[in-house]
Ligand binder design. Structure first.
Ligand SMILES: [Zn+2]
Length: 401
């Protein structure tokens, strides 16, 4: 086999993320992988493409989104309560055909890539689209969503996960208030036996917390109206309910985790490496939620990654905007930490350490090139603050945008 040609890219700054920033750095790639990352004075070579006043960083990882709802941007004003928002999104979902969803997913993939996201963890509620969706330029894990509040998922749901038509798939019971513990356990067993990634929404809202702990509130009443008996509500908070009943496999990615009891924190503290948490900063702001407990997760050593959630509760799929909102809401978070949450943490959540979310030899050559002012001294802060879009995007060694 012919050896792959090496290519090298030089820029004012290179941000490997897993090692310190390099001023006047170079990334050398061979085929779809990174071969070397270092300073220009050490890796100087004649064939290098000089990108000038630019910064090279790893492609970002969106750890929680629903591209199905990309067409809902701006359609739901911030609601007074979460149940009202669910009512509204359910009404909008009823108007969507499968081809609308296909178009929404394609638009969402395009927007994600153009804003520097090369890996997407997407929750997919219409798996039929996977048979006709052209292969995306970015890396996508399709977490097939299941709920059984009204009917069990169709039998073919489980075979979709078993025979993923050439896609990367995972499984996602929707949330403890729409998916039974039986459904969760079946999904968790499948995740463990087949090595499939698993994600779910947990402890997102006060209404959810009240429903499980006090058997009351707007969500409780709304779901009762849909026929949920509520007989299973025994006062256990939502996260504990799942964690204590075999409903969460090792490595589960827990979206939100906004309302936790002290007993929940005790469970997390006993086994912090079992979970990742996906935090969605602008969705958090849209619902005007109390501050996310970032510092407490960090102290426990829990892996916290970032996501956009859907455009039914966000204005764009831009992960740089998520990092800006995180830094606005949490001045105690450093720009370097925010960048790790948007790259390395997502890779760790997916068991892809060393392969995605960082620039190091052996990792996939997924790169983002952004413009940067010539006098930049703090590259992480500057690249997050700069609202100009990326100039170029590379996935697996190929420029795709
Ligand atoms: Zn979500």
């Amino acid at each position: 086999m012919k050896p792959e040609k090496q290519r090298a890219f030089r820029a004012q700054w290179v941000l490997p993320v897993s090692s310190p920033p390099l001023r006047d750095g170079v990334v050398v790639i061979e085929g779809g992988r990174i071969l070397k990352v270092g300073a220009w004075r050490q890796l100087r070579s004649r064939d290098t493409e000089d990108l000038g006043d630019a910064i090279i960083l790893p492609g970002l990882i969106n750890a929680h989104c629903h591209l199905d709802y990309t067409g809902m941007r701006g359609l739901i004003p911030p609601p007074s309560d979460f149940s009202q928002w669910i009512r509204r999104i359910n009404e909008l979902k009823l108007t969507l055909t499968t081809s609308d969803t296909l178009a929404a997913v394609q638009a969402g993939l395009g927007e994600s890539l153009q804003t520097g996201t090369t890996t997407v963890l997407n929750i997919e509620s219409v798996p039929e689209i996977l048979t006709c969706l052209p292969k995306p330029s970015s890396r996508v894990w399709w977490f097939l969503e299941a709920l059984d509040i009204r009917h069990p998922p169709p039998p073919e749901f489980w075979s979709w996960i078993g025979e993923p038509v050439g896609r990367r798939v995972g499984v996602s019971p929707h949330a403890p208030y729409t998916a039974s513990l039986e459904l969760y356990r079946r999904a968790a067993r499948l995740s463990a036996s087949a090595g499939l990634p698993f994600t779910t929404h947990v402890a997102e809202t006060l209404e959810e917390f009240e429903m499980f702990t006090l058997r009351r509130g707007a969500l409780h009443d709304f779901l009762k109206g849909l026929g949920r008996s509520g007989k299973d509500l025994d006062g256990t908070p939502p996260f504990s309910r799942l964690a204590l009943t075999g409903a969460l496999p090792q490595g589960a990615i827990l979206a939100h985790m906004n309302w936790l009891a002290e007993s929940d924190w005790e469970i997390l503290a006993r086994d912090p490496s079992s979970y990742s948490v996906a935090h969605c900063p602008r969705c958090h702001a849209y619902f005007d939620r109390p501050p996310f407990a970032w510092e407490r997760f960090r102290r426990l050593g829990i892996n916290v990654c970032l996501g956009t959630d859907s455009l039914a509760s966000n204005a764009s799929l831009d992960m740089f905007a998520e990092m800006r909102e995180l830094l606005r809401a949490h001045p105690e978070v450093s720009p370097a930490e925010a960048l790790r949450m948007a790259t390395l943490a997502g890779a760790r959540a997916m068991g892809q350490q060393g392969l995605l979310g960082e620039l190091r030899p052996g990792a996939h050559a997924d790169l983002v090139v952004k413009p940067l002012p010539a006098d930049t001294t703090e590259p992480e802060a500057a690249v997050i603050a700069d609202e100009r879009p990326p100039e170029r995007i590379m996935v697996e060694g190929k420029f795709v945008a």
